[in-house]
Design a binder for this molecule. Structure first.
Ligand code: GLA
Length: 715
């Protein structure tokens, strides 16, 4: 009895509650991270220093030299030279970084850090200048402690943050790696924020690489402090070390975003402790995880295989993709690990890693990778650089022990529309051209800017949905092969003065075949209904032309209804056993097999009209519509209708059955207590069935309306 306000709030809370449960039980468990962490992940702001919008790329000497004497000015300059001459700079490598051991063990009398004069006889600024002269950037190292990590103990930045940051800025430092040794137990956030603030205060853009080894879950706090944070202890040049780090870092995908990256440590590619197959896995996984790519081998002695790995532009493009998402593990049974990384163009980067010691087939699907449903895909192998087309979305490779196959999977043909009825103006066209201004959705063509039209109007009938064009228009939609039919009312919009004898001709093409042609239509002539068979067509094309006329006429495609896919199976169906494609209802949801209780789903009573009880039917509350997709294969609907007995002599309603928007059966006014009225509605050829109930013009109090025992017959 529609007198109390709706109680929507409790229903909403209940459904949100179950959503949270679903997420808590499923998604979080697979990620293996805490609920609090994941919930917080999407909202935190990345450090806004405009740096590392994609993961940083460069070189760091540590993995190849540690503190040995060959770490010196010649090496750093040599690397900068090779960045340019060997195409590394072109491939995206920018930063040339020094690690530990660049300084003397003691600060000078003013407390400043002093470059080691044996390694760097011209000082650090000279090296930075040299690197900058190659249009590259320069990075340095320190520790958020009293001393750095090397056993010789070089001075750390703790308590000297601003003084050190100022000195580095004066040398032209563009990047700081800030380590965690000798931290005196001071809180990590406090130490790393202090240096972050000091770097900011210099006014110089300095990329801030936090190296805290993942000790205090930096992913939960470092995103607005630094541009990246180490997630694990140090990598070493072995398969087990690299793989262990990859596993730890894989779980942290939700925390990565442009400007703020998980850092699984620098690359070991080329240092000799792994095979080239293993190094390709290392490089593939680091790119898939949107990791900083810091070359850690001495490029002056790198093999061609090492150079080929490090300069693989297809793999680097995955790492550097502007969407900035870290790939996630989508399956990992028996040491066969599949990851998927969403890319900005809608593709997915997929890695198939064989962690076992024997060759294996590793396989996944486009569906599992997150982009199922397209008619076909381009599958590019990012190591062989060859592309193939796959129809079924299968991604599979024979992968050697410890190897990784890496692909870029791109939908190459649009997704088929699922079965259903659609208004064409709700779909995206694949191309559209119009003589004056853009094609308008759900408005006539104003001739100027987008949205300047009026309601679509043909000889006094207005239409809420459709396309407004002017003659000379040509619009194409890609449909896939599932659509069967388009019905549309065409004509010259009423905004063209009656008596204007210039005409518009409307043509519908299925691919290149004309399947409907309106002939010339003139202003004031009113709508002409066209029906076009689209069976087996992939593209739908609509043209409006104006033969022999110099000026453009406003040509409307009104109420353009697209029918795609199959309707119900042949035979008789109780309507309440089928899924509707849409419904509107004044109070509560439409009920299956009960009257309408006005509030929650399932709150109705057995259907009863004029003393007759019905086991099956739909209980609605006027005004209401319930829509079913028929697919053109049903022949009729029979149903009883009336006001439910639960409201006594109250309630007046009016029932109409529509086929593709046209009334095919009508009850007249029904009042509470009346005997049921039997309706038979012919539906042959119709694609959409609509059951409509109005309040019969007297307001909708007590308007509990039943579609009792409705039976749909389909061929
Ligand atoms: C720590 C870091 C390494 C390296 C060394 C230098 O171990 O994690 O990456 O910088 O210190 O001493």
């Amino acid at each position: 009895m529609a007198l109390i306000p709706h109680r929507l709030a409790p229903r909403l809370t209940a459904s949100l509650g179950s959503l949270a449960l679903l997420f808590g039980g499923g998604a979080l468990a697979t990620l293996g991270v805490t609920a609090v962490g994941v919930a917080a992940a999407p909202s935190a702001q990345a450090l806004q220093n405009t740096l590392a919008r994609t993961p940083q790329m460069g070189f760091n000497n540590w993995n190849s030299t540690h503190c040995r004497a060959e770490f010196n000015e010649d090496m750093v300059k040599g690397i900068a030279d090779l960045f340019v001459s060997k195409g590394l700079k072109d491939a995206g490598y920018t930063y040339v970084n020094l690690d530990d051991c660049w300084a003397l063990p003691q600060r000078d009398a003013s407390g400043n850090l002093v470059p080691d004069p044996v390694r760097f006889p011209h000082g650090i600024k000279a090296v930075a200048d040299y690197v900058h002269s190659k249009d590259l950037k320069f990075g340095l190292y320190s520790s958020a402690g009293t001393k750095t990590c090397d056993t010789k103990g070089f001075p750390g930045g703790l308590g000297h943050e601003q003084q050190d940051a100022n000195l580095w800025a004066s040398w032209g430092v563009d990047y700081l790696k800030y380590d965690n040794c000798n931290n005196q137990g001071v809180d990590a956030q406090q130490r790393y924020r202090a240096m972050g603030d000091a770097l900011k205060n210099t006014g110089r853009d300095i990329l801030y690489s936090i190296c805290e080894w993942g000790s205090s879950q930096p992913q939960t706090w470092a995103r607005d402090v630094g541009n990246s944070w180490r997630t694990t202890g140090d990598i070493s040049d072995s398969w087990n070390s690299m793989l262990g780090i990859a596993h730890a870092n894989q779980a942290l995908a939700p925390y990565a975003q442009p400007g703020a990256w998980n850092d699984p440590d620098m690359l070991e590619v080329g240092n000799g402790g792994m095979t080239d197959t293993e190094y390709r896995t290392h490089f593939s996984l680091w790119a898939e995880m949107a990791s900083p790519l810091l070359i850690g081998s001495d490029l002056r002695t790198a093999t061609p295989a090492t150079m080929e790995i490090l300069t693989n532009k297809d793999v680097i493009a995955v790492d550097q993709d502007p969407l900035g998402r870290q790939g996630t593990v989508i399956s990992s049974a028996g040491g066969l690990v599949v990851m998927s990384k969403p890319l900005a163009d809608g593709s997915r980067a997929v890695t198939l890693t064989n962690e076992t010691d024997t060759a294996q087939t590793v396989a996944t699907t486009a569906q599992a990778a997150g982009i199922g449903g397209a008619r076909s895909y381009t599958l590019k192998d990012l190591w062989s650089h060859r592309s193939t087309t796959v129809r079924d979305g299968a991604v599979s490779a024979q992968v050697p022990p410890h190897g990784t196959a890496m692909f870029r999977l791109t939908p190459s043909e649009a997704t088929d529309l699922p079965a259903g009825a659609y208004q064409l103006s709700d779909r995206a066209w694949s191309k559209a051209q119009n003589a004056t201004g853009p094609v308008e959705r759900d408005h006539s063509n104003g001739g100027g800017a987008s949205g300047d039209g009026r309601a679509l109007s043909l000889n006094g009938t207005t239409y809420p949905k459709g396309l407004g064009t002017s003659t000379g228009s040509d619009i194409t939609y890609y449909l896939g092969r599932t659509c069967k039919n388009l019905t549309v009312s065409v004509g010259v919009d009423d905004e063209t003065a009656a008596g204007d004898d210039s005409a518009a001709t409307f043509r519908i093409y299925r691919d290149s075949t004309v399947v409907a042609d309106s002939g010339p239509r003139t202003a004031g002539q009113g709508p002409l209904k066209l029906s076009a068979d689209l069976t087996d067509g992939e593209n739908l094309r609509l043209t409006a032309t104006s033969p022999g006329s110099a000026h453009h006429v406003h040509a409307d495609w009104a109420d353009a209804r697209l029918a795609c896919g199959d309707g119900p199976k042949a035979g008789e169906h109780a309507l309440s056993d089928l899924a509707w494609s849409g419904s509107t209802n004044a109070w509560g949801p439409v009920e299956k097999d009960t009257s309408n209780g006005e509030y929650a789903a399932g709150d109705g009573r057995p259907i009863s009209i004029g003393g007759t009880a019905y086991a099956k039917g739909l209980g609605v509350h006027a005004p209401s519509t319930v829509t079913y997709y028929l697919g053109g294969t049903c022949t009729s609907l029979t149903t009883d209708v009336g006001v439910d007995d639960e409201v006594g002599r109250h309630g007046t309603v009016d029932f109409t059955v529509l086929a593709d928007g046209v009334a095919v059966a009508h009850s007249g006014t029904a009042i509470g207590g009346d005997a049921p009225v039997r309706l038979t509605a012919p539906l042959t050829g119709a694609h959409e069935l609509t059951l409509q109930v109005t309040d019969a013009g007297d307001g909708n109090t007590y308007d509990h309306a039943d579609w009792a025992d409705p039976v749909l017959t389909c061929a």
